[in-house]
Design a protein around this ligand. Structure first.
Ligand code: NAD
Length: 524
């Protein structure tokens, strides 16, 4: 039974799809007893998932954010513990874009004071003179999902649209009739500036005295992204002294913005209480998508909207790599047990059939396998890179260079800090079965599964007999035996598949057999 805690109000239609599935049990509400038993925790932005809470939820495997921003979640704490964080970006982009226009038109057409005037039995005066959007220049800082939806709607108002987004190509913007320009240019030449960036170290405080001073005195500023992107004192000062004409905000550094200087600016500023995504349609869309993604994660291991996974972990790549992921992981686990110690570098080689993104994902899988030898189940695809970094393990991917290299194989190469190195190659057979086809320089054909004993030995008559007799004397059954060698009379390897693990005493006796150089027990 997968236990799910839903601690913020999330649309019932979505949550009901989880409740209807007998494999899941759902607890709703802010009470946080029994955190140690939950497998998944679903939140909006109200619950703050701090390090302490994440640590208290000892069984937690998944955090689901019904929405986009994840600044209420301690991502580092989740990643370190291997807890996957998913969100549903995009499901509320239309709602936010429409809210931008609600704010913008309210500000330009003076709707709040006009409404107040009529309700106070007044009529219109010159302070209610508005401005049109037609022909104005809209500057979008950030051209992602929301930015693009805003641009689509702005085109209908016949506005000129400019954007600054260092991660979006000029072609991407121009395909939508949007001019991509440096930030300074966008700020200096726009009549309306609307921000649609995530909160990152480079966007925190992006709208400050310095950037505000570049805007036209007639410009208005809109923020529906994240409060911390704006230095609120600087924005309030700019509005007060007329350095810009006005502002409309949906998000604040502190929510609610108690004591913020923005509260005292009268009708030159419109403030809404983080309503961007608050439409019935968006809430339903978000909850439905999130709930399906939670079910798919636990039932099929499928990850959609992974926030703390490397960007290469797209569902299509994972699906395409299929059994190769399991192969890379087994190779990592095999190698980690073949060469225990302080690892220095893990390298993955493939043929060109795998893209660089494929390689990165495969490397991750190999790393997870390797680290599981030292960390057991505590390591997974989410935290493998984190723990590799902690252990100063360098990683690298390369392409096989020779045309004669088999295109189906993947190889991993491990170097220890004492200079020792080992290498394994594997492939997938036609029937989908995994195979290790090379250990170091030696060709072999081993199914990487169950309990294996790898015995490095000299290629000379009688070795197989000696090993078989010793194991037989200990009543140990050999299910399978594979041998590999490169040259007659030189080093060789035997890999035995056993029914059960053997104890250290037997390993020791095997190691002392004449002609045996090394014995490793490997559990896969
Ligand atoms: P997104 O990830 O699709 O787009 C963000 C864009 O910002 C990306 O294209 C990225 O390249 C760009 N960017 C990153 N750093 C930048 C920088 N320094 N300068 C310029 N551009 C930069 O995100 P989105 O779904 O469009 O969401 C945008 C913002 O809206 C986020 O902050 C999100 O949290 C917020 N949001 C608010 C509400 C609300 O209720 N008000 C709802 C949903 C989303």
């Amino acid at each position: 039974m997968v236990r799910i805690l839903v601690s913020d109000p999330i649309d019932a239609d979505g949550i009901n799809t989880i409740k209807a599935n007998p494999k899941f049990s759902v607890v709703e509400g802010a009470q946080q007893n029994g955190l140690d038993k939950i497998d998944a925790w679903l939140v909006r932005s109200e619950t703050k998932l701090t390090k302490d809470k994440i640590q208290a939820a000892k069984n937690l495997k998944l955090i689901g954010r019904a929405g986009t921003g994840v600044d209420n979640i301690d991502l580092d704490a989740a990643t370190e513990r291997g807890i996957l964080v998913i969100n549903v970006p995009g499901a509320n982009a239309i709602a936010v874009a429409e809210h931008v226009f609600a704010l913008l038109l309210s500000l330009m057409r003076r709707i709040p004071p006009a409404d107040k005037a009529v309700k106070n039995s007044l009529w219109r005066d010159k302070t209610l003179m508005g401005s049109e959007l037609y022909g104005k220049t809209l500057g979008l800082v950030g051209f992602g999902r929301v930015g693009k939806e805003v641009a689509r709607r702005a085109a209908a108002f016949h506005m000129t649209i400019k954007t600054f987004d260092p991660f979006i190509s000029e072609q991407n913007a121009s395909a939508m009739g949007v001019l991509s320009l440096p930030l300074e240019e966008v700020l200096k030449t726009s009549d309306i500036i609307s921000v649609h960036v995530p909160l990152t170290e480079s966007t925190r405080g992006l709208i400050s005295r310095k950037t505000l001073s570049l805007m036209k005195p007639s410009a208005v500023f809109i923020n529906t992204s994240r409060g911390e992107i704006v230095v609120e004192e600087d924005l309030a000062a700019a509005v007060l002294k007329g350095a810009i004409a006005g502002a409309a905000l949906d998000v604040y550094a502190k929510e609610p913005p108690k004591g913020s200087p923005l509260l005292a600016l009268g009708d030159r500023v419109i403030l809404t209480p983080h309503l961007g995504a608050t439409t019935r349609e968006a809430q339903k869309r978000v909850a439905k998508e999130l709930s399906q993604n939670v079910i798919d994660f636990f039932e099929r291991g499928l990850v959609r909207g992974g926030v703390n996974l490397p960007p290469e972990f797209e569902p299509e790549i994972l699906e395409r790599l299929g059994r190769y992921l399991a192969l890379a992981e087994r190779l990592g686990r095999f190698l980690g047990q073949l060469m225990p110690g302080v690892w220095h570098r893990l390298k993955l080689n493939t043929a060109k059939k795998f893209s660089e993104r494929d390689q990165k994902v495969l490397l991750h899988a190999a790393l997870r396998g390797l680290l599981s030898c030292a960390m057991g189940n505590a390591v997974n695809m989410v935290n493998a890179a984190f723990h590799a970094k902690e252990r100063h393990i360098q990683t690298r991917t390369e392409y096989l260079s020779s045309a004669s290299d088999p295109i189906e194989e993947i190889s991993i190469h491990l170097r220890a800090s004492d200079g020792h190195a080992a290498q394994l190659s594997g492939r997938i057979e036609g029937d989908g079965e995994l195979r290790i086809v090379r250990i170091g320089e030696l060709f072999i054909d081993v199914v990487p599964q169950g309990t294996l004993i790898a015995i490095d030995n000299l290629d000379k008559p009688g070795m197989i007999g000696k090993v078989g007799t010793l194991l037989g004397n200990h009543k140990i059954n050999i299910a399978d035996m594979r041998v590999g060698r490169k040259h007659r009379g030189k080093e060789a390897i035997m890999v035995l598949t056993l029914d059960n693990k053997i104890d250290a005493r037997v390993i020791d006796q095997l190691t002392r057999l004449n002609g045996v150089t090394k014995v490793s027990q490997i559990s896969l």
